[in-house]
Design a protein around this ligand. Structure first.
Ligand code: ADP
Ligand code: MG
Length: 569
């Protein structure tokens, strides 16, 4: 039983047996520690010289990555405050695609800095207010610092894509890959007045291990990782009419158990004939509409395959629903559920549909679609792990190019904007009253965790690097940053290391928000239900201090559900 409070001799029981609670300082300390551990895990992966992580899941599958969002997704964190950082990384991934490591590093640094203020008895509310004001101010500075570009300026977009890929395993192929990425996004972009919008759903990414990364290619149209269903069907058709159906071309099994008594061979024959006829009628409806290609979401049985191949139709079965939707958009076809509805108007068109061999597989290529927005990136790499990491790098690159097309403002990379904003914030903090000023100064210190981590990961001296970076910026070049590949501080513009303003804005807002949310918590109550297995019962692949706590923050487990209650029951 857990006593919540006492009045005179009467204990008041609020929480169920086994529940636990940490309050005040203790709770804050726990949460901050957990968040710091998470930031520590990912910070060595930041930047082009960052290390990769090898993650092994409970089934023994191995992932090798340095993508913040992927690392955190795979390690299955239990601590509630740590989970918030994982969440922030995920949101950043969805919003802008890149910056998923930076956001966690910054949030961790903000909390670490806040911890020192808490020790000096600065109230969390003051810190939160100071942080919020500072975050807004930083965004203003970055806006002033950013350079406006033309949304469809290919050279700029190439630089953006390349910077994002610089930090990945596939960096040495980034020239070629950036070109593919930019062509894909430009193809998918829609201009509306002066603005562009890009729907990345129009870009299909298919991956196949084998071959080399340089064999990756872009295709105007759609690639399906499926083969033509029957060997007698044509393997290549031009000027095609395409039918998309999401029902099976099979005899439906009835739901009820029925018994059919057949007493002589004639009856059997007519029964089978009847089945054949049903299938034949289905196929006739398809060929009758004028379709030469059939893409089916469900199965196509042998008899149907036979009739389709006799009619010269190229058919593919068991296509993913998402691919069918893409095909509908690309070819202008309507997805049909009831074959009786199929008519000429429902058919889509493509110049070419062809089955081609990719390594040991056969894939179907749909090219020259009616709607030219649809493109497919066909990714190749020597092994499955590399092709998986390539796919993640391409995701980030597609997103940053989209970010710039939608908000055509760019800033430097290599810690330049963070250092610039930190200097500005220190100046500005003097205008604040009282202890908020301290919080704003700490915000500036936290911003510098990005250049510090970048240089540390590159084996440079972090303090020396930051000092010379600051002094170069003070001399007037605000685009000075750390070129970690060359190991020196230099002008980022001339090294083409640029990033979307949208990513930096997201990193600042999301990290500040997460840090403030964690700082405002002064009570952690874990109900009995969430108490997991005893310490040590799990923990495979979990970071130190995070495993086996069954959803409880460090210091909360193994206390028999009795946190610091002053010994009163
Ligand atoms: P995130 O997941 O946060 O994007 P990354 O590992 O991709 O983390 O690292 C991004 C950081 O690396 C950014 O601050 C970016 O400016 C920096 N960066 C990228 N390329 C370079 C480079 N060539 N030199 C220095 N810094 C770079
Ligand atoms: Mg990145």
């Amino acid at each position: 039983m857990t006593a919540q409070a006492t009045s005179a001799n009467m204990p008041v029981v609020l929480l169920k047996d086994g529940a636990s609670q940490t309050k005040g300082r203790e709770a804050q300390k726990n949460n901050i520690s957990a968040a710091k551990i998470i930031a520590e895990i990912v910070h060595t992966s930041l930047g082009p010289r960052g290390m990769d992580k090898m993650l092994v899941d409970s089934l023994g599958d191995v992932t090798i990555t340095n993508d913040g969002a992927t690392i955190l997704k795979e390690i299955d964190v239990q601590h509630p405050a740590a989970k918030m950082l994982v969440e922030v990384s995920k949101t950043t991934d969805n919003e802008v695609g890149d910056g998923t490591t930076s956001v966690v590093v910054l949030a961790g640094a903000l909390l670490e800095q806040a911890e020192s203020l808490l020790l000096q008895d600065v109230h969390p509310t003051i810190i939160v207010d100071g942080y919020k004001k500072a975050a807004n101010q930083v965004k203003q500075y970055l806006k002033d610092l950013a350079e406006q570009v033309f949304a469809d300026d290919k050279p700029t977009l190439l630089k953006i894509a390349k910077t994002s890929m610089q930090t990945k395993l596939v960096r040495k192929d980034s020239d070629n890959l950036a070109d593919l990425v930019v062509r894909a996004v430009l193809a998918a972009a829609v201009k509306d007045g002066d603005n562009y919008t890009c729907d990345l759903d129009d870009i299909k990414v298919e991956k196949k291990s084998g071959g080399s990364i340089s064999e990756s290619s872009i295709l105007e149209g759609i690639v399906l990782d499926k083969e033509v269903v029957h060997s007698g069907m044509p393997k290549k058709l031009t000027d095609t009419k395409i039918a998309l159906i999401n029902t099976a071309l099979e005899i439906e099994k009835t739901e009820t158990d029925a018994k059919i008594n057949i007493s002589n061979p004639e009856q059997l024959k007519s029964f089978l004939n009847e089945e054949n006829n049903i299938i034949k009628t289905m196929v006739d409806k398809i060929t009758g509409s004028g379709a030469t290609i059939l893409f089916c979401q469900k199965g196509i049985d042998d008899m149907a395959q036979h009739y389709l191949s006799r009619a010269g139709v190229l058919a593919v079965r068991r296509i993913k629903e998402s691919d069918l939707t893409k095909l509908a958009k690309a070819t202008g076809a309507r997805i049909i559920t009831n074959l009786d509805d199929l008519s000429k108007e429902d058919l889509g068109a493509a110049d070419l549909v062809e089955e081609r061999k990719i390594e040991e597989d056969r894939w179907v290529f749909v090219e020259g679609c009616k709607h030219p927005k649809s493109v497919t990136l066909l990714l190749r790499a020597g092994s499955q792990r590399v092709v998986d990491e390539l796919e993640r790098a391409i995701h980030d690159a597609l997103m940053v190019v989209k970010d710039v097309m939608e908000l055509p403002s760019i800033v430097a990379g290599g810690g330049a904007p963070e250092t610039f904003a930190a200097t500005k914030i220190r100046d500005w903090s003097k205008s604040l009253q009282g202890r908020e000023q301290l919080a704003a100064e700490k915000f500036a210190d936290a911003l510098e965790s990005i250049p510090l981590s970048l240089s540390e990961n590159a084996g440079m001296d972090p303090i020396d690097t930051l000092t010379s970076l600051r002094s170069m910026q003070l001399k007037g070049n605000n685009w000075t940053g750390i070129d970690v590949m060359k190991g020196k501080v230099s002008d980022m513009k001339s090294s083409d290391i640029v990033e979307p303003l949208a990513v930096k804005n997201q990193i600042i807002s999301a990290a500040a928000e997460a840090a403030c949310m964690i700082l405002r918590i002064d009570d952690v109550i874990a109900t009995a239900k969430s108490a997991g297995p005893p310490p040590g019962a799990e923990g495979g692949g979990m970071p130190p201090g995070m495993g086996g706590m069954g959803g409880m923050p460090p210091g909360m487990g193994g206390m028999g559900g009795m946190p610091d209650m002053g010994g009163m029951m």
